[in-house]
Design a protein around this ligand. Structure first.
Ligand SMILES: [Zn+2]
Length: 268
C-alpha cells in the first residue's frame, strides 16, 4: 500500500507538470469518485497550479479552486507518460491529457482508493493528524498523543488522525529503528523511548523518499517505475530472515489485524 514516501515520490515526479493546461479528460470509472463539487470535465482548459501531498493523499490544485485529490488505496498508481504512447496498463480509471504532450493516468486494480473533486480540500484533510516530516512533529507531540493510551504503539502510529501518512511498512521499520516492540502500550513508553521513536520515524520516511519508495507489490512512482527502498528494509516482509543487526530470525505477529514484523532481540 502506498504510504507517505510513495505518495511524496509521486508528488515530486508529477510536480514538473505544474503550469500545464488540461486539454482532455477521460473518466472511465465514475464510481471511483468519492465526492464531487464540480464535474470532472470542468477541468478542461484549466492550468495545474500546484501538486501537493497530505498524508497519503495526492492533491492536484487547478485554477479557480478546483482541487483534484487521489487516494491510492491498496494498489493504486498515479503516473505520467508521453501522450503519443499507448496506454498499456489495465484498470486505468482516469486519463488526463496535458498541453505539454504528456498524459496523467490514475489506475487502481483493487479500487480501495478514490477521487475527490473539491472546491476546498479543508473538510477532507481536517481529520488528518500532523505531518511527520513537518516541524510540528516533535517528540513532545508524540509524547502528548501517547499519554495514558493503552493501545499498542504500532496501532497508534497507524492512526491517521494522530500522525498522517504512516502505514504498515514504516510503522514496523520505525519501531525497529527505535528498538521498541510493536506491542508495547503507547502510554508506557519513557521520554527517552519516545524521543528515539520520533527520530526513527523521520529517518525511515526520509530514507525511503531518497530511495523513491518501497515497491513491495504494486507500487510504482510517478514515472511508473519501481522504487528501491524494498532492498533496504530492516524487518518488513523479512520474517524468518536474519536480523541485519543481531542475526536473530525476524518474527511476525498479528497486531490490530495487521501483519507485524520485528526482531525479538533488538526490540524490547
Ligand atoms: Zn536484531
Amino acid at each position: 500500500m502506498p504510504e507517505l514516501p510513495e505518495v511524496e515520490t509521486i508528488c515530486r515526479n508529477i510536480a514538473v507538470c505544474t503550469g500545464a493546461r488540461l486539454i482532455d479528460v477521460d473518466l472511465r470509472r465514475p464510481d471511483m469518485i468519492r465526492q464531487a463539487d464540480y464535474d470532472v470535465h470542468d477541468l478542461i482548459g484549466l492550468d495545474l497550479c500546484a501538486v501537493r501531498r497530505r498524508g497519503k493523499y495526492l492533491h492536484l490544485c487547478w485554477e479557480d479552486d478546483h482541487h483534484l485529490i487521489f487516494h491510492l488505496g491498496m494498489s493504486g498508481r498515479f503516473y505520467k507518460q508521453e501522450r503519443a504512447l499507448a496506454i498499456t496498463e489495465d484498470h486505468v480509471h482516469l486519463v488526463m491529457d496535458l498541453d505539454t504532450e504528456e498524459r496523467l493516468l490514475y489506475l487502481d486494480p483493487r479500487r480501495f482508493g478514490g477521487i475527490w473533486l473539491l472546491s476546498s480540500p479543508g473538510q477532507l484533510f481536517a481529520r488528518l493528524g500532523v505531518e511527520p516530516l513537518s516541524e510540528d512533529f516533535t517528540a513532545e507531540y508524540l509524547q502528548h498523543v501517547c499519554r495514558k493510551r493503552k493501545t499498542a504503539i504500532k496501532n497508534l502510529l497507524l492512526n491517521q488522525q494522530l500522525i498522517a501518512g504512516i502505514g504498515n511498512i514504516y510503522a514496523d521499520e520505525a519501531l525497529f529503528g527505535a528498538g521498541l516492540r510493536p506491542d508495547r502500550p503507547a502510554g508506557e513508553l519513557s521520554g527517552q523511548e519516545i524521543g528515539r521513536l520520533q527520530a526513527a520515524i523521520v529517518e525511515v520516511l526520509r530514507r525511503s523518499i531518497e530511495n523513491h519508495g518501497t515497491s513491495f507489490r504494486d507500487y510504482r512512482d510517478g514515472l511508473n517505475q519501481q522504487g528501491e527502498n524494498q532492498f533496504y528494509l530492516a524487518v518488513y516482509g523479512r520474517e524468518g530472515k536474519a536480523c541485519r543487526c543481531c542475526g536473530q530470525d525476524i518474527n511476525k505477529m498479528v497486531l490490530g489485524g495487521r501483519g507485524t514484523h520485528y526482531c525479538p532481540q533488538c526490540q524490547v
